[in-house]
Design a protein around this ligand. Structure first.
Ligand code: ZN
Length: 299
């Protein structure tokens, strides 16, 4: 978790984008592509499952869904941290929740567990409103989620981190759980570099440079939040933050001295070219990327 490398900054950027992808929250199972060829099973599921969000369901309905083949569950791992003067502190969590929902809908026969809303954000603690977990706390939360979800009857559990600071601990904890729970598929999309490549490719299509799309609260995350929560985005505060190189030196500064040592307003990037239309496209790209990664990891 303490690895000081440009990896982390890239991870952050990727996470922000990933979170935004989960926009399709309003859909029900009726529109969910079903991976089963069993029409009877499918019609039963459609009749009984009105939502795939377990937080909105009763235990008998969750039990019934699992018995009907909804044995995969998706969990987003977000954060509660400053996102510059123009985005809310729930940004990573909101984007993660949306992406997890979209992924669950596309995978089919999948439920969504409550998103983990606080993550490892100590480098943002210099800004009011940031709440940070210790690495060990997040590890324990993830392990408790896994134990609980296995007790419920799920046999495939997918974790989707959407905040850079969470990626290393999610990756390490899932490796630990995979050894402890053999026979249960425990998957996570935790390759930050791949994630960042997906994001950079998306913003590059609009001629936006990587230092503008940004690692944190830049054009990319801002566009996604404009698509998801336009009333919570404060446009007249759009201003560039740190837009220089983000190499190992800069990441070291951020981790050792806090984000404020690199960016006074807490932004890494420049939100001024952000738009909801681009945010929608970024969400679609991220969802496609996540689905592909999950399928590659699945047995
Ligand atoms: Zn973010």
């Amino acid at each position: 978790m303490k690895r000081e490398s440009s990896h982390k900054l890239r991870m952050y950027l990727c996470y922000a984008i990933v979170i935004s992808l989960y926009l399709c929250t309003g859909e029900t199972l009726r529109s969910q592509p079903n991976i089963s060829n069993n029409e009877e099973l499918q019609s039963k599921a459609v009749d009984s499952v009105k939502s795939i969000r377990m937080a909105e369901m009763t235990w008998p309905d969750i039990k019934s869904a699992i018995e009907q083949g909804y044995t995969t569950v998706v969990v987003a791992v977000g954060s509660t941290e400053q996102h510059g003067p123009h985005l809310p502190t729930m940004t990573d969590t909101r984007i993660g929740d949306e992406l997890a929902h979209r992924v669950a809908m596309k995978l089919g026969h999948t439920l969504q567990a409550s998103t983990i809303t606080v993550g490892c954000s100590r480098h943002h603690l210099g800004f009011p409103g940031t709440i940070s977990l210790k690495d060990e706390t997040l590890r324990m939360i993830i392990l408790d989620y896994i134990e609980s979800l296995i007790r419920s009857g799920f046999n495939r559990i997918v974790f989707l981190p959407t905040h850079g600071g969470n990626f290393p601990i999610v990756q390490a904890t899932l490796k630990e759980a995979q050894i402890a729970y053999q026979g249960i598929e425990i998957i996570g999309v935790t390759d930050v570099m791949k994630f960042l490549d997906c994001l950079n490719a998306a913003s590059a299509e609009f001629g936006i440079k990587a230092n503008e799309s940004g690692a944190h609260a830049g054009e990319l995350e801002t566009s996604i939040m404009m698509a998801l929560e336009k009333n919570l985005v404060i446009k007249d505060r759009f201003a560039p933050g740190y837009v220089g190189l983000t190499g190992e030196k800069e990441i070291k500064i951020m981790w050792e001295q806090g984000t404020q040592a690199l960016s006074k307003n807490g932004v890494l990037g420049d939100p001024r070219k952000a738009s909801a239309d681009k945010g929608d496209i970024y969400l679609n790209r991220l969802t496609e990327f996540l689905i592909q990664e999950i399928k590659e990891q699945s047995h």
